[in-house]
Design a protein around this ligand. Structure first.
Ligand code: CTP
Length: 400
């Protein structure tokens, strides 16, 4: 199932590195090409000779190895693969990844890669539970890094707890999953809008809203994880690009519409962006100055409605999903919005003050389609995204 897939395996310095030798063997058995990067500490546990022999490829271990830079630079090494796997991933390398450090070849590759990253942590159970590791994990998860394990059991020091690296076959299964070997959306194209838009008043000021982009970015990542070729059109956010997506960055609603239409055709479009309904009609080229008179009156013009445009477009995706952010009469307003905008599904969420939806990590949504309303329990935005992506996959499979 991994035939022809290129795996870049980073082995960091933990006792579990011995299992990585078996991992290389298992990956090659399934037809994958495996290239390995060893950290300095890893070489205390496994030798470049055994890693090179099993992987049938040269082993990379020094950032400043001039021959290697001549042959293949670290940037190419980071990108000439389908997936980057860190196994074992020590507490140290996870901390370096969370910080974006690039002190050696392994961490430089991790910083430079635009491929999906899977880490198989292995460490003492106290280190695993430490607040520092927990915080690092959360940062990495938010950035789209996937994890397999660690497992519970007896650890190298003889203590019992969680920290044992997953077995090679479990890591292989996680890689297959990540690469979408069983991906229901393989061969499908998805388009997602996310984040706020900024509408300039003058070169310094703009009108915006409180959207963080978390929900939209999570949906793009979830669709890509199911194998869809995903384009994310994103307004300004503080979020990292989701793994495996093509990202088109925009500021204004007009730019968002143009970028969205440029990504057609698509099988599914999910409009999760909080697009500004209005923009200053005539943004100034120079900064507005206080001149002692009355405050300026800013005339507004209506922005294009991206969701409605897509829903009525000649290249309309076969499934168009909108969001409805409402503060009152959620279901009634959202149901009316679905018909008004011409989309197939509306995901309604309550954004009234106190719900913490805007900017927060949790969401409570209701999915409204022609058949009625399906209310989901409150859950993390990531989980909403995964469930929505699966529902989309089911629907496209049914329509196929
Ligand atoms: N939307 C869009 N383009 C716009 C406005 C909204 O694509 N110019 C999309 C959003 O991405 C979302 C849906 O339309 O999927 C509903 O957004 P919302 O802000 O709730 O609706 P509005 O059309 O702005 O309606 P109102 O503000 O009157 O509730």
């Amino acid at each position: 199932m991994l035939a022809g897939k290129r795996v870049l395996l980073i082995i960091s310095g933990g006792i579990a590195a011995y299992k990585s030798l078996d991992l290389i063997r298992r990956l090659r058995e399934r037809g994958a090409e495996v290239r390995c990067v060893l950290t300095r500490a890893a070489k205390e546990f496994v030798t470049p000779l055994s890693v090179g022999t099993l992987s049938k490829s040269r082993v990379y271990d020094e950032l400043f190895d001039l021959t290697a830079e001549h042959e293949i630079g670290h940037i190419r090494l980071a990108r000439d693969c389908d997936v980057v796997v860190v196994a074992p991933a020590t507490a140290n390398i996870l901390a370096a990844m969370a910080q974006g450090l690039a002190g050696d070849l392994a961490t430089t590759v991790l910083l430079a890669t635009d491929r999906p990253v899977l880490a198989a942590p292995a460490m003492n159970h106290v280190m695993w539970a430490s607040p520092a590791t927990v915080a690092n994990l959360s940062v990495l998860r938010d950035r789209g890094v996937s994890f397999v394990g660690p497992e519970s059991g007896e650890l190298a020091e003889g203590e019992i707890g969680t920290g044992r690296m997953s077995e090679p076959l479990a890591i292989v299964a996680a890689i297959e999953n990540l690469l979408g070997a069983n991906a229901p959306l393989r061969g499908r194209r998805a388009l997602v809008t996310s984040g706020p838009t900024y509408e300039p008043i003058d070169p310094v000021r703009y009108i915006a809203n409180r959207s963080s982009g978390k929900q939209g970015h999570a949906i793009a990542a979830a669709l890509a994880a199911l194998g869809a070729e995903t384009t994310l059109v994103s307004g300004p956010t503080r979020l990292a690009d989701p793994a495996g997506c093509r990202v088109l960055r925009v500021e204004t609603a007009q730019q968002m519409l143009a970028a969205t239409l440029s990504a057609l055709p698509a099988d599914v479009a999910v409009c999760a962006a909080a697009v500004a309904d209005w923009r200053p009609a005539a943004p100034g080229n120079a900064k507005l100055k206080k001149d002692g008179g009355a405050p300026p009156q800013i005339a507004l013009a209506e922005n294009p409605d991206i969701l409605a445009t897509l829903s009525r477009h000649k290249q309309r995706p076969s499934l168009v999903v909108g969001f409805a952010a409402e503060t009152d009469d959620l279901i009634a307003h959202a149901t009316a919005k679905r018909l008004r905008k011409g989309c197939d599904w509306i995901v309604a969420n309550d954004v009234s003050t106190g719900t913490g939806t805007f900017g927060g990590d949790d969401n409570r949504v209701h999915v409204i389609d022609a058949a009625g309303t399906e209310s989901w329990d409150p859950m993390k935005k990531d989980e909403v995204a995964r469930r929505l992506a699966r529902r989309i996959a089911d629907r496209l499979a049914g329509a196929a």
